[in-house]
Design a protein around this ligand. Structure first.
Ligand code: SF4
Length: 393
């Protein structure tokens, strides 16, 4: 395998990793047609797998999502890289990968990196390889762009601290919401010691050390990912853990990857999970993070799952606001956020606009970016219900 074939091989399963995707929809690997320098052949351009990604600051970039190595000594039941699965493994040495990435970067083919790895000779050893790669990129080759680095199960606290000095974002995938569920997915990973504790370390370091020690003077954000439906867990279990992490260790975001079976794994006959479940989990996690909802307010049904057919915010509003519409001209920000069709930006726009004049019709809301037809059944405009106006839109 040459370097480009190695990169292709290491990148092609990374659509399973949802990190940096903006709407919870899996992005397809994309081959950009950049203004490449002449040294890249057509074949090389086709081989460079980068994903369109949205960074934490909202900026869109071309993100190279890849592994350093697809050899792994663990045997997680769902994973295409698990030990013993029959496929051709590939790996880069840190220097080799860093130099190849810089070539892609300088040719405008990739602007940032999401770097993970299969585990070989222990988590700490593998973490060192990721750290070495980051050190070369930052300190030898002068790369100042976006770097999202994976914390390996089994990493040491000092390694996590060093990662945090080099990365814009760090993450470790919990995969399942608790110890019992993880045992069904990855019997050789320990939930508390290997996965949960590093997330706590990140927050301890952020709390106890000054931010100037972080990359560009700030500490990286943290995210995690779950295999939704992989361990027959409920949405309640997934969102309970997500909510705790967001409140207690400032988790920026949880990603949910709907389980789908991979051939030649112990879970190859388990049915795929409806991708709509992933979407509902994202919606609910945003309600917890940005809209002031509590876990108890989520419209779970008896089995602890969210209804697939209904947006959780709409379901809440139908139960709680149908007979008690909110007056748009008086409602507080937290109340505005309860109305379907109004997000954080829309709520702020309403607060600004109503300082100037009363909002009296749906057209005024639409100008503020509100999905007026969606909001109409749950609000009053200067004392009047707008249903008849909603029909016009
Ligand atoms: S440790 Fe990671 S790469 Fe290895 S089998 Fe488990 S999920 Fe896959």
């Amino acid at each position: 395998m040459d370097q480009l074939e190695t990169l292709q091989s290491l990148s092609e399963q990374m659509e399973l990793e949802h990190a940096e995707e903006s709407r919870g929809e899996p992005a397809r690997p994309a081959c950009f047609t950049p203004k490449a320098r002449p040294e890249f052949t057509e074949r090389e351009k086709r081989a460079a797998f980068v994903h369109p990604a949205q960074l934490p600051n909202g900026k869109q970039i071309k993100l190279l999502k890849t592994l350093l190595s697809s050899a792994c000594e663990r045997d997680c039941f769902y994973c295409p890289f698990r030990a013993g699965r029959d496929f051709r493994r590939a790996a880069f040495k840190p220097q080799e990968f860093a130099e190849l990435f810089m070539k892609l970067h300088q040719s405008n083919m990739a602007e940032g990196i999401f770097l993970s790895s299969g585990i070989a000779a222990g988590g700490a050893n593998t973490q060192n390889k990721i750290l070495d790669t980051a050190e070369i990129l930052r300190n030898k080759l002068g790369f100042r762009g976006y770097l999202h680095l994976k914390i390996m199960p089994g990493a040491e606290k000092g390694q996590v601290e060093r990662l945090m000095q080099l990365a814009d974002r760090v993450s470790i995938n919990l995969e399942a919401p608790n110890t019992e569920r993880l045992a069904r997915l990855a019997p050789n990973k320990t939930f508390i010691e290997e996965l949960f504790r590093p997330l706590k370390w990140v927050e301890e370091i952020r709390q106890s050390q000054p931010a100037y020690k972080g990359w560009k003077g700030r500490w990286p954000s943290t995210v995690t990912q779950f295999v939704a439906g992989g361990s027959d867990e409920s949405d309640l279990e997934l969102l309970t853990t997500t909510d705790w992490l967001m409140k207690n260790v400032r988790l920026k975001r949880a990603y949910f990857s709907a389980f789908h079976p991979i051939s030649d794994t112990p879970m190859e006959n388990k049915p795929a999970v409806d991708p709509m479940r992933e979407h509902r989990l994202y919606q609910a996690s945003f309600l917890l993070r940005d809209y002031g909802f509590d876990l108890e307010e989520m419209p779970f049904v008896q089995d602890g799952n969210l209804p697939l057919a209904e947006d959780p915010k709409l379901a809440w509003a139908q139960q709680n606001l149908q007979g008690k519409p909110l007056e748009i001209n008086n409602a507080e920000r937290g109340e505005l956020l309860r109305i379907p069709g109004i997000g954080p930006k829309g709520a702020d726009a309403i607060l600004r606009a109503r300082k100037l004049s009363k909002l009296r019709d749906l057209a005024a809301l639409r100008k503020l970016g509100i999905v007026a037809a969606r909001a109409a059944p749950f609000l009053l405009l200067d004392g009047r219900r707008p249903e008849s106006q909603a029909m016009m839109f």
